[in-house]
Design a binder for this molecule. Sequence first.
Ligand code: FDA
Length: 399
Amino acid sequence: MAQAQAEADRFDAIVIGAGAAGLMAAATAAQRGRRVLLVDHARNPGEKIRISGGGRCNFTNLGVEPARFLSGNPKFCISALKRYTQWDFIDLVTRHGIAWHEKTLGQLFCDGSARQIVSMLVGEAQAAGVRLILGRSVSDITQSDGTYRVTLDGGTVSAPKLVVACGGKSIPKMGASSFGYEVAARFGVPVTETRPALVPLTFAHQELDHLKPLAGLSCPARVGCNGTTFDEALLFTHRGLSGPSILQISSYWREGDSLRVQLAPETDIADALRLARSRRGGQMPATVLSRILPERLAQHVCQRWGGTGRIGDQSETQITALADAAANWVVTPVGSEGYRTAEVTLGGVDTDALDSRTMEVRTVPGLHFIGEVVDVTGWLGGYNFQWAWSSGWAVGQAL
Ligand code: FDA
């Protein structure tokens, strides 16, 4: 009897974390005939998938390429992304009859609900025989004689392979924890500095006093920092700036850095002002600008410019200064909204410690890390899920 129980608690692989990467890893390994246990402390699997993309899950991007991922070793992600591509995941989604569409910039979303992606992955895992244990915490992990013993409340399970797929620290309310980094520390695996990314940026009170009246406004912008630039929408918030362009640049921004913001980058604002000066000289500069920018923002830009008079009265120097106030705005955030709202965690398990083909720790046989807990962070737009699918699939081949 006792021996039968011990057999039942022994697996070929234990995966901790039934999120995007863990579900993919468990299903892939089980489809290859492995006995897999997938365990999560949350009551439901794939919670971040469920809430992602405004409930429609931006599950991948047509433009996936290694340059769109940040990592201490930019080459680390290449192998997994090449072996399990966006087309492989699109194929899986299509085989499951899930309708999808491209929204913008190659971003693919479900037509219906993100829950379809969760059901698809759970269905694949269960059909392949993965044993799923939910709502149970891991209290201890030990390793000896080539076996990992994982203590859950209520018993111990064991396997020669352990996959850590616990995700990052963002949105603690949804079950995010530092557990993956703690496991790394316990086995002497280095972890690079972690920080919130794909996150709104905040300003000091002084700057906010000027910007607060703009809260809720959105406009196209080109936002640059530390040599990287994104052309996407910018949103003014009560605490600072957000919108896709800001979320993207937040991964490149560090405390003390300034952002260079060009509002309405598709328009040559100086040319538009000159044209108005020659054709509609009686108009106020804010009226001219409000044909390019939202009205309140046009007024704000004019206040920052500080000039007076009608557009017809402006010298070339004044026109250039006004255009600059809109197209060359330099702002210095003081911080970010943190893990409370960040979509991902930048940094994580040091890729130098891992084999890029198997995701196995070079110095600890049988121990693997995948998904967001690893120091690989994608751009906004489906890249982070693709990393979860690709790294999950790669480890699934190695178990
Ligand atoms: P993930 O977070 O998915 O899963 C980790 C799992 O581990 C969770 O189920 C958690 O409960 C479990 N866990 C944690 N600690 C544990 C412990 N101690 N014991 C047991 N289990 C534990 N990306 C994208 O590409 N497109 C998008 O549309 C979005 N949208 C989006 C919206 C929001 C609001 C957020 C917060 C994030 C996104 N993302 C995204 C990012 C994406 O969700 C993220 O990169 C992936 O979910 C990472 O997959 P992982 O499997 O690594 O972690």
